[in-house]
Design a protein. Structure first.
Length: 495
């Protein structure tokens, strides 16, 4: 019985094997008749694994000194830390143009808020990234060297350098690409918010067509913020220094470093906002009171040094106010009136590579920033007869070697100039006496065009607590003139 059982199992295996063989013979012609395209997925022939080709090869500071291979159709993207509000910029100083060519203009991307959001920082003077792009011009090797400097400061050693060796592969050659660091989240093409003036530019019968506080002896010497995003401190100090000179007849050099080092808002060389309250009633820890500190007592060092209180405090402002909105551009007429009534005003503007390259003339290149504006300046006058629609006289804080002796003539509305414009009220009554200096002959003035003194400028919006503390009292209104004498403006130019 046991032998028969084993034989019957062998017979079953033999029969099953025979059936499988016959089925294979039956199906073989059908498989061979299938088109090659349908059987390509079944091809088990070993092949070399292709290296994926990246459209962009991104390099950062960490890749300084490395070797990069670039193929046809690829873009070399270099993203380096920069701060356009300082006037410093990355520029190419060495390149083999037979191998590499730069494409497009340099772009700036502001740093993020720091609160976990993808929104750019709203602070004036905030740092960011400068983006430069290059494409292959031909096969070969090129040293690509960039320096971080101010282009107008000749003979000055750059503060940073970056270089890579780039090998250009000819068309059809496989390019081996090593993984590169990915860009920081939120730094790719942030939406640009556009803010327009609240009213169109226009002249007023009560104001001259041209006015310049420099001709009235109402400005102090141009300063230099260096490689520190402290433009907000210089934009804060400038109007007060001018008011002291116009009203008190003396020139005082006030300390920006005091605002950089002693503010309690977290501002510094990575940006800030209008700090007028520290010249009014805001007292940092360890300080005896509020008010301006002199440069001699706290010299500027262009870095975030400790406060080391206490310091001696001097002049104070009565109040300060925005001419229009804190986050917008007031009308040209409103800014003019504030300059005429209250002296030079603080304001912001969007700064890019064109602004940095300004050497003179009328600037009307409109640039855009990740967050509206990125740089604080001071407006000291205007001229309706220059440019397309008129120009502001802009005072910068990049030293007298930049622009036209440290100044710029910039078209009304260009690059959101005048954004968040504001003024300070200083002195017993808030009204500055008429200057005695005679205007320059190039200014167009009409004797009958005197500014009205009945206009009471009031802030349309107080500073938000997250950016600038709200003043505890509004600015002092202008006194109403008596009927027996004409109104006494802040500056009635002599004819």
């Amino acid at each position: 019985m046991k032998v028969k059982h084993i034989l019957s199992r062998k017979r079953f295996v033999a029969v099953f094997t025979c059936l499988v063989f016959c089925a294979g013979l039956f199906l073989l012609p059908r498989v061979l008749a299938v088109p090659p395209a349908a059987t390509s997925t079944l091809d088990l022939t070993p092949v070399a694994k292709a290296t994926p080709t990246l459209k962009e090869i991104r390099l950062t500071e960490e890749d300084d000194g490395c070797l990069a291979e670039l193929g046809e159709g690829q873009v070399l993207v270099i993203s380096l830390e920069a701060n356009p509000s300082t006037g410093y910029i990355w520029e190419v100083v060495e390149i083999n143009k037979n191998v590499l060519r730069q494409v497009g203009k340099a772009e700036f991307e502001q740093t993020l808020r720091g609160d976990g959001s993808a929104e750019p920082s709203p602070l004036l003077g905030a740092p960011g990234k400068q983006i430069l792009r290059f494409k292959l011009a031909g096969a070969g090797q090129s040293t690509l060297k960039l320096v971080y400097h101010r282009p107008w400061e000749k003979g000055v050693r750059p503060i940073r350098e970056f270089s890579v060796q780039v090998v250009g592969r000819p068309v059809g050659t496989d390019v081996m690409v090593e993984p590169m660091p990915t860009p920081e989240k939120g730094l790719t093409n942030p939406a640009v918010k556009v803010t327009t003036p609240t009213s169109a530019p226009g002249n007023s019968s009560s104001l001259p067509a041209a006015f310049d506080w420099r001709a009235q002896g109402g400005v102090t010497s141009v300063k230099n913020q260096g490689n520190c995003g402290s433009c907000w401190a210089f934009g804060t100090v400038g109007p007060l220094e001018s008011n002291i000179k116009i009203k008190d007849g003396v020139e005082k050099n006030l300390s920006e470093q005091y605002l950089v080092s002693c503010n309690t808002d977290g501002w510094g060389c990575d940006g800030g906002w209008w700090a007028h309250d520290y010249h009014r009633n805001k007292i940092p820890p360890g300080e005896p009171n509020a008010g301006a500190v002199y440069e001699a007592d706290f010299p500027y060092v262009a870095r975030d040094d400790p406060c080391n209180p206490p310091h001696t405090h001097h002049e104070k402002i009565n109040s300060w106010a925005f001419i229009g909105s804190e986050s917008g551009v007031p009308s040209v007429q409103a800014i003019k009136q504030a300059i005429y009534d209250h002296g030079p005003v603080s304001a912001a503007v969007c700064v890019g590579s064109a602004f940095q390259a300004y050497r003179g003339g009328v600037f009307e290149t409109n640039e855009t920033c990740s967050y509206d504006v990125n740089h604080a300046i001071v407006l000291v006058g205007w001229d309706d007869n220059q440019g397309t629609n008129g120009v502001w006289i802009l005072r910068n804080s990049w030293g007298s070697g930049w622009g036209d002796g440290g100044y710029m003539r910039i078209g009304y509305g260009t690059s959101l100039v005048g954004y968040s414009a504001n003024y300070v009220a200083y002195g017993p009554t808030g009204l500055t006496p008429t200057p005695t200096n005679t205007p320059t002959p190039t200014r167009t003035l009409t004797p009958t065009r005197t500014p009205t003194a009945t206009r009471t400028p009031t802030p349309t919006r107080t500073p938000t607590p997250t950016r600038t503390p709200t003043p505890t009292q509004p600015p002092s209104p202008l006194p109403t003139p008596t009927p027996t004498q004409p109104p006494s403006p802040l500056a009635t130019p002599s004819i």
